[in-house]
Ligand binder design. Structure first.
Ligand code: IPM
Ligand code: MN
Length: 346
C-alpha cells in the first residue's frame, strides 16, 4: 500500500472551490488501487494574514515539508496589499522547497475552442525556471515618492540554477516525439543573463545529441505563439518570461480555466507542488462558477509525479472526454468536478 501524505493549501477566492473538486477526482482515481491519500489542510492566505499577520511561518513550512506533495488552489486577495501573499507565501514555498522546474503544459484538447483562427495542433510544454530571475526580490527603491525615485529589480541567474533547469528541459525534450527545445530569452538586450542561458543550452546539448534546439527572443516568441504555436515542443526560459508566456499559452489553448502546472523539485529533497495557473479570481469567488479543470489536470500531474501513471492517464482521459462534450453547457464548479470524477470511476 502506498500512502500519500498530501498537504492542501486551498488559499484564497476560488482556490477552495477548485481544490475540493481536485481532491474528489484524486480520491476517485485512487479508489480500487492500493494507494491511499491522507490530506492535511493548511490555513494560509488572506484569512490567516488578516487574523494573525502571518503569511507562512517556519512551523508551517516545516510541517508542509513532511508531506509527499502539495496541492495548492490560489493565492492572492484584493484586501491584502499586492505582493504580501505572493512573495510571502506562494513564492516563499517555491523558493524554500526548491521548485526549480515550473512545468506548464499547453495542449489544445479536441473540442476546445482556441481564439486563434487556425490554431493547428498545439502540444508543447514550458519549463519555466522557478527559483531565480527577477523573482528573487533582489532590488530596492531610493527616494520613494519623489520625482527622483529609483526602483531596481535585479534578475539573478546562476550557472548552477540555469544549468539544472536546462538539463531538466533537455531530458523532457529527449523523451518527446519531436525532441525539440526552444530557448526563449532576450540576449540582445539582457546580455549577461542571456549569454549564460545560451552557453548553457549549447553545453548541455552535448549530453542530449538527439535533441534539436533553436532560440527565440521573447518578443518574437509571443508572435509565434499566436501565428504558429505548432512549432513549439519544449520551451525553456527564465522565471518572468515563463510567467508571461504561460498565460499566453493558456489563452491560445482554451483559457486559464484549463491550464495546469507543477512546481517540481526534481531532486526530491522537498515536496513538489501542483497548482492551476490561474489566480484566486475574487470577482467570481463563492459563486460556483470557477472551472476546476485546471486543478484536475494539475492533480493528473501530481499522480504522474508520484509514479501513478495509469491513474494520471485516467484523469487526463476523463478531462479530455469532458472537454469534448462541454460546449454550450453551463455547469457549476461542483458539477464539472462530479462529472469528471464519474468518468474517472466509470
Ligand atoms: C503564476 C502567478 C504567480 C507568478 C504570482 C501570483 C506570484 O502569476 O503562478 O503564474 O508570477 O508566478
Ligand atoms: Mn502567472
Amino acid at each position: 500500500t502506498q500512502s500519500i501524505d498530501l498537504a492542501v493549501v486551498a488559499g484564497d477566492g476560488i482556490g477552495t472551490e477548485v481544490v475540493e473538486q481536485g481532491l474528489l477526482v484524486l480520491e476517485t482515481a485512487l479508489a480500487g488501487t492500493d494507494a491511499k491519500v491522507a490530506t492535511t489542510e493548511f490555513d494560509l492566505g488572506a484569512r490567516r494574514w488578516h487574523a494573525t499577520g502571518e503569511t507562512l511561518t517556519d512551523e508551517d513550512l516545516a510541517a508542509i515539508r513532511t508531506h509527499d506533495a502539495i496541492l495548492l488552489g490560489a493565492i492572492g486577495d484584493p484586501s491584502v496589499p499586492s505582493g504580501v501573499l505572493e512573495r510571502g507565501l506562494l513564492l516563499k514555498l517555491r523558493f524554500a522547497l526548491d521548485h526549480y522546474v515550473n512545468l506548464r503544459p499547453a495542449k489544445l484538447f479536441p473540442g476546445v475552442t482556441s481564439p486563434l483562427a487556425n490554431p493547428g495542433e498545439i502540444d508543447f510544454v514550458v519549463v519555466r525556471e522557478g527559483t531565480e530571475g527577477p523573482y528573487v526580490g533582489n532590488g530596492g527603491a531610493l527616494r520613494v515618492g519623489t520625482p527622483h525615485e529609483i526602483a531596481t529589480e535585479v534578475s539573478v541567474n546562476t550557472a548552477f540554477g540555469v544549468e539544472r533547469v536546462v538539463r531538466d528541459a533537455f531530458a523532457r525534450a529527449a523523451v518527446r516525439p519531436r525532441k525539440h527545445l526552444t530557448l526563449v530569452h532576450k540576449h540582445n538586450v539582457l546580455v549577461h543573463a542571456g549569454h549564460l542561458w545560451r552557453r548553457t543550452v549549447e553545453a548541455v546539448n552535448a549530453e542530449f545529441p538527439d535533441v534539436t534546439t533553436d532560440y527565440l527572443h521573447v518578443d518574437a516568441a509571443t508572435i509565434f505563439l499566436t501565428t504558429n504555436p505548432s512549432r513549439f515542443d519544449v520551451i525553456v526560459t527564465d522565471n518572468l518570461f515563463g510567467d508571461i508566456l504561460t498565460d499566453q499559452a493558456a489563452a491560445i489553448t482554451g483559457g486559464i480555466g484549463l491550464a495546469a502546472s507543477a512546481n517540481i523539485n526534481p531532486d526530491r529533497t522537498a515536496p513538489s507542488m501542483f497548482e492551476p495557473v490561474h489566480g484566486s479570481a475574487p470577482d467570481i469567488a463563492g459563486q460556483g462558477k470557477a472551472d476546476p479543470t485546471a486543478t484536475v489536470l494539475s492533480v493528473a500531474m501530481l499522480l504522474e509525479h508520484l509514479g501513478l501513471d495509469a491513474q494520471a492517464r485516467r484523469v487526463e482521459a476523463a478531462v479530455a472526454a469532458d472537454l469534448v462534450e462541454r460546449a454550450g453547457r453551463v455547469r457549476t464548479t461542483a458539477e464539472v468536478g462530479r462529472e469528471i470524477a464519474a468518468r474517472v470511476a466509470g
